[in-house]
Design a protein around this ligand. Structure first.
Ligand code: PEP
Length: 247
């Protein structure tokens, strides 16, 4: 199980370091069965790395560029992330796909992350129109296949994030999430020898009060949490729900 917090473009330096410290405290007694990662804005990775060092909390980035280096103003490479002890990187988040990031480019990023030893958290998900048209599963599986072009399963994590549930307060029902996760797991199993073991996170308005019923579903291996990860108490409650679901 993995619970990862995506802080997006939020928090100043002091608040980011303070939240990291609170999360370290709040998750100190965690069992080995649940992993916790936080993904602060890139400019605070160094400071947050310092704060989580020696704890159970892992560090993730929100994005990377696939090139090793060069003339890519404003971008951050996989090697720069590993220099800061980053272990995870979110790739293909819908907020970036909506800015024009294609699945082919996302696949390049996944490959670059894996080559550097980072665990990519590959996000896929359908829009509301796509869900209402009844094509959600086919669309998500096509997006997944295109985003995995040339990719292997090393350290791969997939996050199913229905676009209509992100930051809206509207969560997929546990049944909707389970059905999509099962379809994703089947597709991963057909693609990779060990594909059925890839962790599949759910993301989209996960909160302390809906986490338990989501984590009860067979094919949910954790969560990618946006808004609720900005509050240590809420985030820790979601982590606790993940832990309770293992019992
Ligand atoms: C996200 O941004 O990945 C996300 C799931 O956000 P929220 O939890 O706020 O819906």
């Amino acid at each position: 199980m993995l619970v990862a917090g995506n802080w997006k473009m939020n928090l100043g330096h002091a608040d980011a370091v303070g939240l990291a410290a609170e999360i370290v405290r709040a998750t100190a007694d965690l069992s080995d069965e649940v992993g916790v990662a936080i993904c602060p804005p890139a400019v605070w990775l160094d400071a947050v790395a310092e704060r989580v060092r020696g704890s159970e909390v892992r560090l993730g980035a929100q994005n990377l560029h696939p090139a090793d280096g060069g003339a890519f103003t404003g971008e951050v490479s996989a090697g720069m992330l590993t220099d800061l002890d980053v272990e995870y990187v979110i790739v293909g988040h819908s907020e970036r796909r909506q800015m024009g990031e294609t699945s082919a480019f996302v696949a390049e990023k996944v490959r670059a992350a894996q080559a550097a030893g980072l665990a990519p958290i590959l996000c896929v998900g359908e829009t509301l129109d796509e869900r209402e048209s009844g094509d959600a599963e086919a669309i998500v599986l096509a997006q997944l296949a295109a985003s995995l072009d040339g990719v292997d399963s090393a350290d791969l994590v997939v996050a199913y994030e229905p676009v209509w549930a992100i930051g809206t307060g509207r969560t997929a029902t546990p049944e909707q999430a389970q059905a999509m996760h099962a379809a994703i797991r089947r597709a991963l199993g057909e693609r990779f020898e060990d594909g059925e073991d890839v962790e599949i996170l759910y993301g989209g308005s996960v909160k302390p009060d809906n986490a338990a019923e989501l984590f009860d579903q067979d094919d949910l291996d954790g969560a990618l949490v946006g808004g609720a990860s900005l509050d240590a108490e809420s985030f820790a409650a979601i982590v606790a729900a993940a832990e309770a679901s293992m019992c």
